[in-house]
Write a new protein. Structure first.
Length: 246
């Protein structure tokens, strides 16, 4: 079937790939991937010999028209990223949008993502979750982004690099409040997988002097209790005022 297939691949453990993903990659005419050396490990492991074509931030403008032409010619194009689900802090959005604009079929082949893996392992509210991706590196924009997220009644999920983890937790604790529950999920699905839970303040302190390696997701609980108390107070006040005839 021609179309653009957005295929999730593992986030560490090579076993985390669906049967449908393997069938799709095997049957595709071409696999667009970020780094052919990274994706070759996966395709070799599963004996997939579909041609790999590099599609990353630096060549996307040049490659996209070629991929769109292949789609127009009736090809099945699979899009994967180095790990997890494409478009989730990874390239692919413009390719998907332009494929849809051109009338091509876009088919998601769902699977692993650090976003969902961390969300379900954090032990924090899962009914409303906001994916915040990577924070900006620089002070001002970074501060403003965290401030914009502070009051949102949702668990917040951040991707973070290991060398910025301590600083990131400190910034989050300062703006969101040191007492907000959070979790740091590291190396999910891999040998040294860990999930550390605590308040943002405790976690910031705990990681302060530590040199951390590996891939990291920070999950922060919603400002739940505080918001609920505020709502309760407002409701109680309104009721008391109405009863007093004010
Ligand atoms: N598209 C990927 C996904 O669906 O999760 C994310 C790609 S993004 C460039 C890479 C970031 O995802 C890492 O810096 C880390 O924050 C997170 N990540 C990826 N794999 C992970 C893992 N095994 N454990 C924890 N975090 C991971």
């Amino acid at each position: 079937e021609p179309g653009l297939y957005v295929v999730s691949t593992p986030i560490g453990n090579l076993g985390d790939i669906t049967l449908r993903a393997l069938q799709t990659l095997t049957g595709a005419d071409v696999i667009a991937c970020e780094d052919t050396r990274v994706s070759r490990v996966l395709t070799n492991h599963y004996a997939i010999d579909t041609r790999l074509l590099a599609y990353h931030d630096h060549n996307a403008e040049k490659q996209r028209p070629k991929l769109l032409q292949m789609l127009a010619d009736g090809a099945a194009v699979a899009l994967i990223s180095d790990a997890g689900t494409p478009l989730i802090s990874d390239p692919g959005l413009k390719l998907v949008a332009e494929s849809l604009d051109a009338g091509h079929r876009v088919v998601p082949i769902p699977g692993a993502s650090a976003l969902l893996a961390a969300t379900v392992a954090a032990g924090l509210a899962t009914d409303t979750v906001l994916f915040a991706g990577f924070l900006p590196n620089k002070g001002g924009p970074r501060q403003r982004r965290i401030e914009a997220l502070a009051g949102i009644p949702a668990s917040l999920v951040f991707y973070e690099s290991p060398n910025r983890l301590a600083a990131g937790l400190k910034d989050l604790a300062e703006v969101l409040g040191a007492d907000r529950p959070a979790a740091v999920a590291r190396e999910l699905t891999k040998k040294f997988e860990t999930v550390r839970r605590g308040t943002l303040g405790d976690l910031a302190e705990g990681y302060a002097g530590e040199s951390v390696k590996g891939e990291i997701v920070i999950v922060v609980a919603p400002p739940g209790e505080i918001a609920e108390t505020e709502i309760d107070i407002d409701a109680a006040l309104a009721e008391a005022l109405s009863r007093s005839g004010a």
